[in-house]
Design a protein around this ligand. Structure first.
Ligand code: SF4
Length: 367
C-alpha cells in the first residue's frame, strides 16, 4: 500500500522531485530512491541535478527528499542552493527534505562549533594558528564546515581523505582533523606520517590542550579529534581472526572509520563506494567479509549472488539513525509537498552556508 502511494506521488511530481538514498538505508526505502550512493556521491548528485533545474526548464527540480541523515541533508541544501545555482534558477530554491528530522549522526554530534572553537583558541595560545589547517569530515554539522571554510580549511569524505590531507599539508604545517579520529589516523598512517607526529585531542572540556603537552602539539602534523562512529568502531581484531578461521580464503575489507588495528589487519580498506566497486568487480566465487554498516553489506550480498559476502562480525552492525527513515515517514512527505507545504525542510542559515560552501567546494575539487 505505502509502495503504491509513493510510486503514484512520484509519478505526479515527475522531475520536480528527486529522492536520494544513502547506501545504509533500509531496503524498502532504497527501492524508491532515484539515485543511491555514499555521502560524497550524493553531495555531487545534489549539486549537479539542481544545476539542470534552471528557470527555462518548466517543471524542473523543486524538492529533494534525502533518505540519509541530517548532515547530508544540510550538505545537499548548501550545494543545491549555492548562490550560482540560485542565480541559474532565478532565485528559486530547491527544498531539501529529511523524512525524520531526528535522523542525526552520533559521530557528527561528537564535535560542536563551541568545542572546536575552544580547541582552536587553546592552540592559538601555544602555536602559530595560521599554520594550522582545519579539516572536517563531511560527517559534521554545517557550522563546522563553515568554521573550516572561514579559516582556509576544507571538508573531506572517506573517499578523498588522503587527497584532502595532502592538499591541507601543502598549505600549512599541521592539520586539525575532526570529528573522526579513525579516518584521520588511518589516512595519516597510510600517507607515511609517523605515529609520533599524530596527536590525539581529548575533547573533554576540562582538559588543557586536549591532554597534550606543548611539545607534543608543536611536533604534531595531525591533531586528531576524539570522535568515532559507533557502527564501525564495533569491529575488533577478534572478528578478523574468527572469520579467517571460519572461511580460510576470505578477503577482509573494511571502512576507514574502523579502528586502526582492524584496518591494518584487514586485506583492504576503503570508502563505501570503494567497497561496493571492489566486491562487484571481483571474480565469481570470491569470498568477502565486510566491516561496515550491516544493511549495506546485506545489499551487496544480494546483488552478488555468485560470491560469498558476509558481515565481518557475526552480529551485523546497523546504523540506528539511518534506520529512522522508514517507508512510513517517507510516504508521509508527499501530501505536504503536493499541497505546496513541505515538511521537515532542512535549510542552513545563509551566513553559515556561505562559508560551508567554500569548504565543500574545495572537497569536491579534490574528489
Ligand atoms: S554509520 Fe556512523 S558515521 Fe555514518 S551516519 Fe551512522 S553513526 Fe554516523
Amino acid at each position: 500500500m505505502l509502495h503504491k502511494i509513493i510510486e503514484s506521488a512520484k509519478k505526479r511530481l515527475g522531475n520536480r522531485l528527486l529522492i536520494l538514498g544513502h547506501h545504509y538505508q533500509r531496503e524498502e526505502v532504497i527501492a524508491h530512491a532515484d539515485l543511491v550512493g555514499d555521502s560524497f556521491q550524493l553531495s555531487r548528485m545534489a549539486a549537479e541535478r539542481s544545476v539542470f533545474s534552471d528557470v527555462s526548464n518548466a517543471g524542473g527540480l523543486e524538492f529533494i527528499i534525502f533518505c540519509g541523515v541530517h548532515f547530508m541533508a544540510e550538505t545537499a541544501d548548501i550545494l543545491a542552493n549555492s548562490p550560482a545555482n540560485l542565480a541559474r534558477r532565478g532565485g528559486r530554491r530547491v527544498e531539501v527534505i529529511l523524512p525524520d528530522v531526528l535522523a542525526g549522526c552520533s559521530m557528527a554530534d561528537m564535535a560542536s562549533y563551541e568545542t572546536v572553537s575552544n580547541c582552536w583558541e587553546q592552540l592559538s595560545r601555544v602555536i602559530n594558528i595560521d599554520e594550522v589547517i582545519p579539516v572536517t569530515y563531511v560527517n559534521s554539522s554545517a557550522e563546522l564546515k563553515s568554521f573550516c571554510g572561514e579559516r582556509g580549511g576544507i571538508s573531506c569524505t572517506s573517499g578523498n581523505a588522503r587527497a584532502v590531507l595532502e592538499w591541507a599539508l601543502s598549505r600549512g604545517r599541521r592539520v586539525l582533523f575532526f570529528p573522526d579520529q579513525h579516518l584521520g589516523r588511518n589516512t595519516a598512517l597510510k600517507m607515511g606520517i609517523s605515529p609520533n607526529e599524530i596527536a590525539d585531542w581529548n575533547s573533554a572540556a576540562d582538559l588543557e590542550l586536549g591532554g597534550n603537552s606543548v611539545e607534543i602539539i608543536s611536533r604534531s602534523k595531525i591533531l586528531l579529534w576524539d570522535g568515532f562512529c559507533c557502527v564501525h568502531q564495533r569491529f575488533l581484531l577478534g572478528h578478523i581472526d574468527e572469520i579467517r578461521n571460519a572461511i580460510p580464503n576470505v578477503r577482509v575489507i573494511v571502512h576507514p572509520e574502523c579502528r586502526q588495528d582492524v584496518v591494518s589487519k584487514a586485506d583492504e580498506a576503503g570508502s563505501t563506494a570503494y567497497i561496493l566497486k571492489r566486491i562487484t568487480e571481483s571474480p565469481p566465487g570470491s569470498c568477502w567479509a565486510v566491516g561496515t554498516e550491516g544493511r549495506f553489506v546485506e545489499r551487496i550480498a544480494k546483488q552478488n549472488p555468485d560470491k560469498t559476502v558476509v558481515n565481518l562480525a557475526f552480529q551485523p552492525s546497523y546504523c540506528s539513525t539511518m534506520g529512522l527513515i522508514t517507508l512510513e515517514n517517507l510516504a508521509s512527505m508527499f501530501n505536504p509537498i503536493e499541497q505546496g507545504k513541505p515538511l521537515n525542510v532542512i535549510r542552513v542559515d545563509e551566513k553559515i552556508a556561505k562559508n560551508a560552501l567554500i569548504a565543500l567546494q574545495r572537497m569536491l575539487e579534490n574528489g
